[in-house]
Design a protein around this ligand. Structure first.
Ligand SMILES: Cc1cc2nc3c(=O)[nH]c(=O)nc-3n(C[C@H](O)[C@H](O)[C@H](O)COP(=O)(O)O)c2cc1C
Length: 171
């Protein structure tokens, strides 16, 4: 699909089948994230790809407790891509946003469902959350800026929605 059409049609997907995503598709999605721009080309992001589902429930439980949201879950996603960056970076979230959108677009183009999981950014250092992040080899000095939850979609990964943001032209 042409890139502008893909940008316009990409939609978040939160309903997944139980089918696992072929690893080569996940590799392509993560590669797209790695190819995103970073401020001053630091390439400071770390992509932690979790396919071992035994981590999902404990992680969701501890995040839910840390942010006081229950129930909290990843909507039957089969892969999580945690994007982390040094806490000291002034561009962690901007860099991660670029990577997240690249991965979103790659996923949609490959027919893989994806949605952005935001809550880890607020609780990466909650002790019970951090202990799981440590098992996932995420450095102590990193914040999980964002997570892309992936799965084979129930339904379409493309769609329409109203575009509401303002555009002001000064000519
Ligand atoms: C910074 C950011 C944080 C988001 N956090 C979440 C989230 O925690 N959970 C979720 O289900 N969707 C999350 N989303 C997805 C948005 O809800 C979604 O992109 C928006 O509703 C527009 O729908 P679309 O992606 O289908 O165009 C987030 C998106 C962004 C850009």
């Amino acid at each position: 699909m042409e890139v502008l059409e893909l940008i316009a049609k990409r939609r978040s997907v939160r309903k997944f089948t139980e089918e696992s995503i072929p690893k080569e598709l996940v590799e392509k999605i993560v590669q797209a994230g790695r190819e995103a721009p970073t401020a001053m080309n630091t390439q400071e992001l770390r992509f932690t790809v979790v396919r071992d589902k035994s981590y999902f429930e404990p992680l969701a439980k501890e995040v839910g407790e840390a942010i006081k949201r229950s129930p909290y879950h990843f909507n039957q996603a089969t892969t999580l891509v945690l994007v982390s960056a040094p806490k000291s970076s002034g561009n962690a979230f901007a860099n991660a946003g670029c990577a997240m959108q690249n991965m979103h677009l790659a996923a949609a183009s490959l027919g893989v469902g994806a949605y952005w999981v935001n809550q880890l950014k607020d609780c990466s250092d909650a002790p019970a959350v951090r202990s799981i992040l440590t098992k996932l080899e995420i450095p102590e000095d990193h914040v999980v800026t964002s997570t892309l939850a992936l799965g084979m979609p129930q339904g379409d990964v493309l769609g329409d929605r109203e575009v509401r943001s303002e555009v002001v032209w000064i000519e």
